[in-house]
Design a protein around this ligand. Structure first.
Ligand SMILES: [Zn+2]
Length: 330
């Protein structure tokens, strides 16, 4: 474990938390150590025993006590938020965006039902959706999130010699947040910008156009001067955020074009059918052989692109007698 600890700059540390059986491979956990005040830990890994053990081992190597630690959650995905409950039970304070905090509170009830219905309407097999949601729920935060401190755009988190401004970057989740220290030009990116993989953008209940929000948030982040880029997964360091933003924008532009071409050739397909005709970098023979979870992410990503095209007035969506949605060009 010791060799996994890395001091990025004085008082700012990182260590990886392996995410077993997951294509993301590991989460970058970041820590701000302050000499006399409270410490800040950013993101926590899945709610699984092995992830929790790594997290607690990392904290103990850095001589952190949970009761003296504030935990910032960049966004409400299980790989970032999973162990927030375990740390809260040990006395840590949890901090997250108000939007994701409120969304998460309702996520466990009505939002999950809505997400499930949406997937079924877009043609994803119902039984597979139920299995996947149950599996995700198992690695999620377990205790109620009543005590989380909610932050908004412009709020500032002061720890040690750092002063992190909260930057609202909706898209990957409705309330995703990055943190920026102006003096050291450090950007904690969560999953807003990843350098080795493309962040998954999916549709969310109550959000009309996730991809549109995401593209705006990419534009927003590229205006910052970043010397040290600290994303939630894989490579971090002196990486060029502006260039990566340009690549991600190009990726989605090409995706939108691909979706448009598929619908132009075969009007009236469902979201599920359109996803099955897109190109994916998944190691499997074909769409039918994709692992269910990967298939669901690919499908959700396709639906987010369809939402964007509908929102832009390029496509229209109609519902057949069985309640299934289809897409045509306007
Ligand atoms: Zn993640």
């Amino acid at each position: 474990m010791e060799e996994m600890l890395l001091e990025l700059t004085e008082g700012l540390w990182t260590f990886p938390i392996v995410l077993p059986d997951n294509p993301l491979k590991w989460l970058n956990c970041y820590v701000v150590k302050s000499n006399d005040g409270r410490d800040l830990l950013i993101d926590t890994g899945f709610n699984r025993q092995d992830c929790l053990e790594t997290l607690l081992a990392g904290m103990s190597m850095l001589k952190m006590r949970p009761e003296n630690t504030d935990v910032f959650i960049t966004h409400m995905h299980s790989d970032h938020m999973g162990n927030a409950g375990a740390l809260a039970e040990r006395g840590s304070r949890i901090i997250m965006s108000q939007t994701d905090g409120l969304h998460f509170a309702s996520e466990m009830q009505d939002q999950r039902v809505e997400a499930r219905e949406r997937a079924a309407r877009e043609g994803f097999p119902r039984k597979a959706v139920d299995n996947l949601l149950a599996a995700d729920r198992a690695v999620f935060f377990t205790s109620p999130m009543v005590d989380a401190i909610h932050v908004n755009e412009g709020d500032v988190l002061n720890y040690g010699s750092f002063s992190f401004a909260c930057i609202s970057t909706p898209g990957h989740t409705p309330g995703h947040m990055c943190l920026y220290d102006r003096q050291e030009k450090i950007m904690i990116l969560g999953d807003h910008v990843l350098f080795d993989i493309t962040p998954n953008i999916c549709s969310w209940p109550g959000v009309e156009d996730s991809l549109g929000l995401y593209l705006d948030s990419l534009e927003k982040i590229s205006a910052y001067d970043v010397a040290l880029a600290l994303p939630g997964h894989r490579s971090f360091g002196t990486l060029d955020v502006t260039q990566r933003v340009a690549e991600l924008k190009e990726h989605h532009r090409a995706r939108l074009e691909e979706v448009s071409a598929i619908v132009a050739e075969e009007p009236g397909l469902t979201g599920y059918q359109i996803a099955s005709r897109m190109r994916w970098h998944i190691q499997a023979e074909d769409w039918e052989h994709f692992p269910e979870q990967q298939k669901f992410f690919a499908f959700s990503e396709a639906v987010a692109h369809l939402d964007h095209l509908v929102h832009q007035g390029v496509f229209y969506r109609w519902t057949d007698r069985d309640g299934i949605c289809h897409y045509n060009q306007k």
